[in-house]
Design a protein around this ligand. Structure first.
Ligand SMILES: [Zn+2]
Length: 65
């Protein structure tokens, strides 16, 4: 009952950099940690003029490279 459940988000294995340097901005999200993608619908992938925000797949929302 006292076991704290932690969200088990799967993280792809990535080699961690050995040397710790100053955090650089993630190039994918430009440091915001989020990416904006255009919403496409239909078979023809028609853009409906809407965008959705998602977690940056590169930095996982950290905003740093
Ligand atoms: Zn990013």
């Amino acid at each position: 009952m006292t076991t704290a459940k932690t969200p088990s988000a799967r993280k792809p294995r990535q080699p961690k950099p050995v040397t710790v340097t100053a955090p650089e901005k993630c190039g994918t999200c430009d440091g915001s940690g989020e990416t904006t993608t255009t919403v496409r619908v239909g078979r023809k992938r028609r853009e409906i003029g809407a965008t959705q925000t998602g977690l940056c797949p590169t930095c996982f929302g950290a905003g740093t490279a």
